[in-house]
Design a binder for this molecule. Structure first.
Ligand code: 3HC
Ligand code: NAI
Length: 710
């Protein structure tokens, strides 16, 4: 077959090549072939050139490298738009007088799939994934996706794709009618060419998705799917802006002519682009990728990790063991005696048993995973282990004794990690002969489920050990955030402060139930008092008692939690805490006795209760969180504000559409946050000390985001 390459505008990321009568149009815009302005121009030019070129009978669209097209260029959102627009490019593709075929490998997401839907025929290789993930960025498909998808697959399947944002694989796409053919091999170009030639041989003509009718024929079924989705959106995706707009746009595909539907889609898409939720969600998307770029991951290569050791088989040790097993590692657990080891093993097995019972794992797969899991009461079992995580009691003496053992038995070059929540990791590191190998790996409970992993970096650790922590996170599908050593690192340190703000409000007059409700309304899945009940009040109580002797007497100390703990009301595990959990219920009900205790404590403290509205509750809670977040950045415990955001998004249920506490602060406006803090400081200047970083940023008119870019 004759082949000539034309590379119009010298630097265009879209190339054209004649393969016989087929013009192969390749998008080459690494890493994911996003549809930036010059890609859009290149595609539009290629389609135009194909019309004018008598040697071309059909056009084949293909992606270079690892993927087809992953969507619009997210970095362009919020900037002045450049022509041609993506909807326009899609319309030009669809209007082509010569058949256009899209051949898909890797991912066809968002605008990438919309390009394919505007083409006349679609083929995908077996491993390809296709989806419309715009909703996860606070958007709706904005280049015809809301109008073309229902015309191909019907309203129910289209809404499912758009509202879940989940991609489907190529065979599902074929079954849905999203593509016309499944390739036999992974060679997208070869498969696409063969398909294009077969279509030409059949005399196939352009077949425009806008004209497709069959999938919408049963109007009653479409209407029912639409109504069901509208109802679902108001409950399951409550508070989110774009899901309702998706339903509106899809409704137009059913009720309106195509061009009118497109116009409405554009209007709704632009509303979403302008929404703060879009800004928050896109910030979250990039922040989760930026956290991977810590100085040590740039400077050093990770050490090889094939095997892991865990000391302690309690809540955390067992969860960490599961996370490591799921990552494919060989895992050895060491406990202090046989009985504890048995308990540890059982804790691990229990996780897989539950999966088997729910039909989410086969018994064989369970056996396979557990064949990589061993246990011992002898540290010598760690002699050849690449990385060990200690998860024993939160007690410096116990931790040091464990590290002395690890120092004795572990091979040179093994990474020695602690899962401590609060203890000084510099002190632990200084107690062994190889402090360069010691770091903190702070998992969150349940460790096999929670995404966040704080990589805590003590002073003497070597860069490749830190890089190994990040590599381990990747293997375990965790979101790693680099943190410095301090009391509570990033997350728990900030939590301690805003949790106090919540306690102050409770003592001053807000009920714990009102506070929880206000914060759920803000977007948290649970309020702080529900979280206490879930985690168990006893842990915090033990810490408070330990610290009682050294507590600054000037600091306001709310005793309500202590009164509950003294009664043995630790939360869900004891059937009551702030809430009542009759007969093991997971959702609590309000408890008048708790309110009576709160009242009594107010009287004891000499406080006349006042009323709070929900807005004030959120303002105080957020101001406390933001102010301590600023301190954590100021002291370089977090590298950038975005690291704080990712900690809260992936470890503390912070509503993703608000972008994280620091992004939220930027959106509210730092002067406003600082003014709140100064106002609150009039009542309690010790608690409400404005962070020097916040003061500085307000002073020079800058925001937190300006520090993300440095
Ligand atoms: N625009 C700009 N940059 C993008 C991008 C996009 N759509 N998608 C990914 N990138 C960047 C990432 O930020 C990252 O940059 P970095 O290396 O500088 O940090 C790089 O590409 C590689 O991305 P990942 O690290 O995420 O690579 P993976 O291989 O793990 O994942 C992916 C690839 C599945 C494509 C994933 O990047 C992804 O999900 N991207 C977003 C897809 C998406 O949401 N598309 C819809 C966009 S909205 C749209 O199309 C609107 C339209 O309807 C009008
Ligand atoms: P846990 O009490 O459930 O488990 C501790 C385990 O360590 C017990 O099984 C005990 O037998 C074992 N152990 C004690 N001394 C040992 C020794 N010398 N050698 C071997 N095993 C020994 O405690 P949990 O909750 O799992 O906490 C462990 C660590 O993880 C603590 O440092 C804690 O601060 C930290 N952490 C806890 C979180 C939580 O939510 N529970 C979250 C993040 C960190």
């Amino acid at each position: 077959m004759a082949s000539t390459t034309l590379r119009p505008p010298a630097t265009s990321p879209v190339t054209r090549e004649h393969r016989g009568s087929v013009l192969v149009v390749t998008v080459d815009n690494a890493p994911v072939n996003a549809l930036s302005a010059d890609v859009r121009r290149g595609l539009a030019d290629a389609i135009e050139a194909a019309q004018a070129d008598s040697a071309v009978a059909a056009v084949l669209l293909v992606g270079a490298g690892r993927t087809f097209i992953a969507g619009a260029d997210i970095r362009e959102f919020g900037k002045p738009p450049e022509l041609p627009s993506l909807p326009d490019v899609c319309n030009r593709i669809e209007a082509s007088a010569k058949p256009v075929v899209a051949t898909i490998h890797g991912t066809a997401l968002g605008g990438g799939l919309e390009i394919a839907l505007a083409a006349h025929y679609r083929i995908a290789v077996p491993s390809a994934k296709l989806g419309l993930p715009e909703v996860s960025l606070g958007l709706i498909p904005g280049a015809g996706g809301t109008q073309r998808t229902p015309r191909l697959v019907g309203v129910a399947a289209a809404l499912d794709l758009m509202l879940s944002g989940r991609p489907v694989d190529a065979s599902q796409a074929l079954a849905l009618g999203l593509i016309d053919r499944l390739g036999q091999s992974e060679d997208a170009l070869g498969e696409g060419l063969a398909y294009a030639l077969a279509l030409l041989a059949e005399g196939a003509l352009p077949r425009r998705t806008r004209d497709a009718r069959a999938a919408l024929a049963d109007r009653d079924a479409q209407r029912a799917a639409l109504d069901a989705a509208r109802k679902d959106v108001t409950t399951k995706q409550r508070g989110l802006f774009s899901p309702g707009k998706i339903v509106d746009a899809v409704e137009a595909s059913l009720e309106q002519p195509f061009d009118k539907g497109l116009r409405l889609e554009r209007e709704l898409f632009l509303q979403c682009i302008d929404s703060p939720q879009r800004a928050g969600l896109i910030h979250a998307f990039f922040a989760e990728r930026e956290v991977l770029k810590a100085p040590e991951t740039r400077a050093a290569k990770p050490r090889a990790i094939a095997s892991a050791g865990i000391v302690g088989g309690g809540t955390m040790g067992a969860g960490i063991a599961v996370a490591m097993l799921d990552a494919g590692l060989q895992v050895t657990m060491v406990e202090r005696d046989e009985a504890s080891l048995e308990r540890g093993r059982a804790n691990v097995a229990k996780v897989y048993d539950a999966l088997v019972a729910k039909g989410r794992m086969s018994a064989d797969a369970r056996a396979q995973v557990l064949s990589r899991f061993g246990g011992s009461t002898d540290y010598a079992a760690f002699a050849q282990t690449d990385l060990v995580v200690e998860a024993v009691f939160e007690d410096m003496a116990v931790k040091k004794a464990v590290f002395a053992e690890l120092d004795r038995v572990c091979k040179r070059g093994a990474v020695l990690a602690t899962n401590t929540s609060y203890l000084d990791i510099d002190e632990i590191a200084a107690s062994v002969s190889r402090p360069g190998d010691v770091l903190g790996l702070h998992f969150f409970s349940p460790a096999n489920i929670m995404k966040l992993l704080e990589i805590v970096v003590p002073a003497q650790v070597s860069a490749d050990v830190v890089a190994t922590g990040f590599e381990l996170a990747k293997k375990c599908a965790k979101v790693p955030v680099r943190a410095g050593v301090c009391d509570g690192f990033i997350g728990n340190r900030i939590l301690a402060v805003y949790r106090q703000a919540a306690d102050h409000m409770m003592e001053d007059g807000a009920s714990p139930y009102q506070i929880d409700r206000a914060l759920r309304e803000f977007g948290f899945p649970m309020g702080p008092f529900q979280v206490s009940d879930l985690a168990g009040g006893d842990i915090g109580w033990a810490t408070r008692k330990r610290r009682a002797a050294t507590r600054d007497p000037r600091v306001r100390y709310v005793q309500i939690a202590d009164r509950l703990c003294e009664r043995g009301w630790f939360g869900q595990k004891t059937g009551r805490g702030y809430y009542l959990y009759p007969a093991g219920a997971r959702t609590g009900s309000e408890d008048p006795q708790v309110l009576a205790i709160v009242d009594a404590e107010r009287r004891r403290a000499g406080i006349t209760p006042r009323s709070f509205d929900d807005e004030e509750i959120v303002r105080r809670y957020m101001a406390a969180m933001i102010n301590e977040g600023a301190n954590v950045v100021h002291q370089r415990i977090a590298l950038r504000p975005l690291d704080v955001d990712v900690v809260f998004l992936s470890g503390y249920g912070f509503p993703r559409h608000r972008g994280g506490p620091m992004k939220y602060a930027d959106m509210v406006g730092l002067p406003e946050v600082l003014a709140d803090i100064r106002k609150f400081a009039k009542e309690d200047p010790l608690f409400w000390q404005p962070s020097p970083l916040l003061v500085e940023l307000v002073g020079r008119g800058a925001d937190f985001d300006s520090l993300n870019k440095s």
